[in-house]
Design a protein around this ligand. Structure first.
Ligand code: GDD
Ligand code: MN
Length: 361
């Protein structure tokens, strides 16, 4: 049995597979370790590259996930697949300092109470180096202070994607972890509710080796949703928050279309409104497909089928909206409250029905 499993989430990292492995070999020589690359079926052939590597090295495995996307979920699966008492997570692109791994392992092995060791850029001796652009550094700092406040985390770098933990401790928190998004560590720490003993090891964030970052607006949105989920104690789901945010954007799309059409045909309000609703339903569909359901995004034929089922769902949603508003109006006789209640009922229907019919798991 290995002492430690190094979990490496990958998406389009073919040219980093071998360079990272060679660095790990150097850093962990004399230790009993294995590398598990968890790849979300990268189009660049990352998984094939790992299999080629495993041909010569018995301590290399690949988990190839089909039809799923998500850094956090990939890390969780990699850890779950391990039989070792300790697991580390490290980025594939050489940005994390692998020479810190033996230090992390020593700490965990010598202190049975210690649950996790976090690679930190924010303690004495660590830094963000040249690894982040000015904008990313600013965003990362904001996210760090927000996360620490909202989730009541004391660690200095909860945004770190570089850490090692005790497998038995991980088992206590794994149920209910979010599989979308980047913030696996902050989610794990939040789930441990302050009961974990943590230690920090400084490191300097390096610049990416080959390829490019997968961090984007959708990932940022996912992060903010994750905070909301935790703030409400899991009352609202991450998906519903994203679905609602997309729905909200639809309101603006609708208004823009109505405004534009009225500029050309000042008398055709009904037509303009109908066109606005139609366009908004379409943008909502594509945004939900890209963001809310990016992990099971519809493509090709399924996209068309999905679009039509979404039309149907929204048509029923509109009926629900009007029907429920009418009911509320009859009982409370307040138009604003009734209208709002209708909108909420319609949104909930759209969310539930589209998750069942349009983006069924
Ligand atoms: N399996 C899988 N699925 N892996 C993914 C996915 C995914 O959907 N998205 C990203 N990865 C992998 C990448 O291939 C890489 O090995 C690692 O996760 C980190 O992704 P990057 O795209 O390089 O992220 P980054 O450098 O912008 O962000 C890093 O630094 C942040 C700190 O500012 C990550 O370590 C973050 O976790 C960290 O918060
Ligand atoms: Mn990176």
């Amino acid at each position: 049995m290995y002492d430690v499993t190094i979990v490496i989430p990958t998406f389009n990292e073919r040219d980093n597979v071998r360079p990272l492995f060679e660095l790990l070999q150097k850093a962990l020589s004399g230790r009993d370790w294995e590398a598990v690359y968890v790849d979300d079926d990268s189009p660049d052939g990352t998984a094939d590259e790992v299999r080629a590597l495993a041909f010569d090295h018995a301590n290399v495995r690949v988990i190839q996930r089909i039809g799923r996307r998500g850094l956090a979920g990939a890390c969780i699966e990699g850890i779950l697949s391990s039989t070792a008492p300790f697991c580390a997570v490290i980025d594939a692109d050489l940005q994390h300092d692998e020479t810190r791994l033996p230090v992390m392992l020593d700490k965990l092995q010598s202190d049975p109470d210690l649950d996790v060791v976090i690679g930190s850029r924010n303690v004495e001796g660590g830094s963000s180096g040249d690894g982040l652009s000015k904008l990313r550094k600013w965003g990362s700092d904001q996210a760090t202070s927000l996360t620490r406040r909202v989730l009541k985390i004391t660690a200095s770098d909860p945004m770190s994607g570089f850490f090692m933990l005790r497998r038995l401790s991980f088992n206590q928190v794994v149920t209910g972890l979010q599989t979308e998004g980047f913030k696996i560590l902050s989610d794990v720490l939040a789930a441990s509710k302050g009961t974990w003993k943590t230690a920090e090891v400084p490191y300097t964030f390096r610049t990416r080796h080959a390829g490019e970052s997968k961090m984007d607006a959708a990932v940022t949105l996912e992060f903010l949703s994750l905070l909301l989920v935790r703030m409400t104690g899991g009352l609202v789901s991450m998906r519903f928050i994203m679905f609602a945010a997309v729905g909200f954007s639809g309101v603006f799309v609708q208004l823009a279309v109505v405004r534009l059409m009225l500029a050309f045909m000042p008398d055709a309000f009904l037509l303009a409104q109908a066109a606005g609703v139609f366009v908004a339903i379409n943008t909502n569909f594509f945004l939900n497909n890209l963001v809310t359901y990016r992990d099971r995004a519809l493509k090709g034929k399924a996209l068309l089928r999905g679009l039509f089922s979404f039309y149907l769902v929204c048509a029923f949603g509109a009926l629900m909206n009007v029907g429920f508003a009418e009911l509320v109006y009859k009982t409370v006789n307040n138009w604003a409250l009734a209208s709002l209640a209708g909108a909420v009922a319609g949104a909930m229907w759209n969310f539930l029905a589209s998750s069942l019919f349009t983006w069924r798991a």
